[in-house]
Design a protein around this ligand. Structure first.
Ligand code: SRM
Ligand code: SF4
Length: 569
């Protein structure tokens, strides 16, 4: 490693001493306390789980923290069976907080799992053929891929490769099996066969990566996974209905700390073209460059995006070529030009249909008004559809026969689940991160606030005649950017208690970063600020211009003047 050992960040020593992610998790699980200690909290992330506390409950009751665990599954490309989906619903009802979250990276999160229930929950997830290993932590996380079910070879090739990458780049430690899938003595296997993997980590070594690592795969006409925000984005290049290779985009990432100037959101940079045969080894080479040259002293600047930015793409590519062992070809001209969110009915090409159900902010629950869980259970029981999760926190039911289409919609309606066709464009293209009450890093509300903000934007948009325009509006409860707010047309980012930074000028395609339009905007005037932007757009847009394109063209200062001058609806 290039870094001086004495300056390594605290997490580096925890990883090094952990004996491949074991730490003292096994001992702590047995202890009669409701939470884990701080070193194991870091290691538990690699196993797919975060320790949290109910932030609504802080300072109430006995005054202590109400601890529980969040558990994130690893679902490459977001593809799972009805049974696996139902098993998650069962888990959220029996051991979680009775809700389930579809995430911005095509996975499922369970919240509110008590420490004593962590092992049975992880064991159950493995029993149904899924895993939580490497859903979080300084490793390659859930690999995203366009989830559309199609009979063409292109989607199948990409989805297979997505799965193969996830396996090839998964950690190999036996610790996961020992801790969660054996009896308390660590001897008898409870779930599945004995682990076939080595105790050593040929790809990661003892200290794994300097920071989290993310990958996604998309098509030029359909960047539904937001390629440019990933450490590695693979853009499939198709000629005569075959994937002939991938343009490799490196060094994207959203997270930033506004008080630290050295941090910033960055879009990935186009690096090289690789054939399908080369792609896994080149991805491994990229990961190894980051492993050996990424910053291990300061976690704020440890993501690969800073290495790519500091070195420049040419130097980075040279290193990748050295690790890979031969020169790489240049990218083809192809780039992203479309985004299909796969909502509503789509033909698969085999006579069957997929139905994309928009789940607002990915939250699945039952209450007096809406019974998502009951409806989804009923759909799965009746049609047994394959389920595919989107990177916009929504889901797709696949393999529906034409005759069953009306019945599926009827089931949703019977349980007051809003169907995708009823969503306004603004709500359809919006996303909010979890934030309060579970996220330990949240500064403001997000998931619980965005629906109300959109309620106040829908009528003005209609009055302005902009309600058919498609643009992304994304909100997060802190600057970490979990709902990717820095490349959306508009972004709302929690900055201080009840105050937000408003971003403008990104793009639905995800290939342009936004700028700070206004800072420290109080929650209750956010919608006024946004309506003023809509009004300015209405009066001043060029033909065919998108909302983000307009904001980017006029720039911050002119946008402010135009927004002040435009007649409000
Ligand atoms: Fe995230 C941390 C939730 C996608 C950037 N993210 C967190 C934690 C684990 C908070 C923590 O560290 O204690 C959040 C748990 C909240 C909770 O209560 O569940 C959290 N992130 C999420 C999810 C669930 C948001 C959602 O509402 O869907 C997404 C889970 C994705 C998954 O299934 O794997 C999620 N996080 C993202 C994305 C979007 C993406 O990857 O496409 C980003 C921006 C892209 C990127 O990585 O740059 C993202 N999360 C972060 C960061 C900032 C990373 C950075 O480089 O600075 C943190 C904080 C950190 O790592 O220190 C973070
Ligand atoms: Fe939590 Fe911030 Fe991520 Fe939202 S963006 S889930 S508040 S870390």
């Amino acid at each position: 490693m290039a870094t001086d050992v004495t300056k390594l960040s605290a997490v580096e020593s925890i990883k090094e001493a952990s004996r491949f992610l074991r730490g003292t998790i096994g001992e702590e699980i047995q202890e009669p306390v409701d939470h884990f200690g701080k070193d194991n909290i870091q290691l538990l992330k690699f196993h797919g789980t975060y320790q949290q506390d109910d932030r609504d409950a802080r300072g109430k009751g006995s005054g202590g923290k109400a601890y529980s665990m969040m558990l994130r599954c690893r679902i490459p490309g977001g593809i799972l069976s009805s049974d696996q989906f139902i098993a998650h619903l069962d888990l959220c009802d029996t051991l979680g907080n009775a809700t389930m979250k579809l995430t911005t990276r095509q996975t499922i999160q369970l919240h509110g799992i008590l420490k004593d229930n962590l092992k049975p929950t992880i064991a159950r997830i493995n029993e149904i053929g899924l895993s939580t290993l490497a859903a979080c932590g300084d490793v390659n996380r859930n690999v995203m891929c366009c989830p559309a079910k199609r009979t063409d070879r292109v989607h199948a090739q990409m989805q297979q490769l997505c799965y193969d990458i996830a396996i090839a780049m998964a950690p190999r430690t036996k610790a996961y099996h020992e801790l969660w899938l054996t009896d308390d003595q660590g001897e008898k296997t409870l779930v599945g066969g004995a682990p076939e993997r080595d105790a050593e980590e040929p790809l990661y070594g003892t200290t794994y990566l300097p920071r989290k690592f993310k990958m996604a795969m998309a098509l030029p006409e359909d960047n539904c996974v937001d390629l440019y925000t990933n450490d590695i984005g693979l853009l499939a290049i198709v000629r005569e209905a075959e994937v002939i290779g991938y343009n490799v985009i490196v060094g994207g990432g959203m997270g930033t700390t506004p008080s630290a100037q050295k941090t910033q959101p960055l879009l990935g940079k186009r690096m090289a073209f690789v054939t399908p045969e080369q792609v896994i080894d080149v991805c491994k080479a990229i990961l190894m460059v980051q492993r050996d040259h990424g910053n291990r002293e300061d976690r704020k600047i440890a993501r690969m995006k800073y290495l790519v930015e500091n070195w420049g793409i040419e130097k980075f590519r040279q290193h990748v070529e050295q690790y890979y062992g031969s020169p790489l070809a240049d990218c083809t001209e192809d780039d992203v030009y479309g985004f299909d969110d796969h909502m509503g009915w789509q033909e698969q090409g085999d006579g069957l249909w997929s139905y994309g159900l928009n789940i607002e902010n990915g939250r699945i629950y039952d209450n007096d008004r809406r019974q998502f869980k009951t409806a989804l259970r009923a759909v799965c029981a009746e049609f047994n559809p394959e389920i595919r999760l989107t990177s916009h926190q929504s889901m797709i039911f696949c393999d529906i026969r034409p005759d069953d289409r009306d019945r599926l919609i009827a089931i949703l309606r019977e349980h007051s689940v809003p169907v995708s066709e009823e969503f306004s464009e603004i709500r359809r293209w919006s996303m909010a991160c979890v934030a309060l009450p579970t996220c330990g890093l949240a500064i403001t509300e997000s998931e619980r606030a965005l629906p109300g903000i959109i309620d106040r934007l829908e009528a003005p948009l209609s009055k302005l005649g902009l309600d058919r325009d498609q643009f992304t509006l994304r909100m997060t409860g802190c600057p970490n950017g979990c709902a990717r707010p820095y490349n959306s047309d508009l972004g709302i980012v929690g900055k201080a208690k009840g105050k937000y930074t408003l971003f403008a000028g990104g793009a639905l395609l995800g290939n342009r970063l936004s700028y700070i339009y206004k800072d420290m905007v109080p929650h209750d005037v956010l919608h006024d600020e946004i309506v003023a932007i809509f009004a300015a757009f209405k009066v001043n847009r060029l033909e065919g211009e998108t909302l983000g394109g307009f904001c980017a063209r006029v720039g911050r200062d002119q946008l402010e003047s135009l927004a002040a001058a435009a007649p409000k609806p």
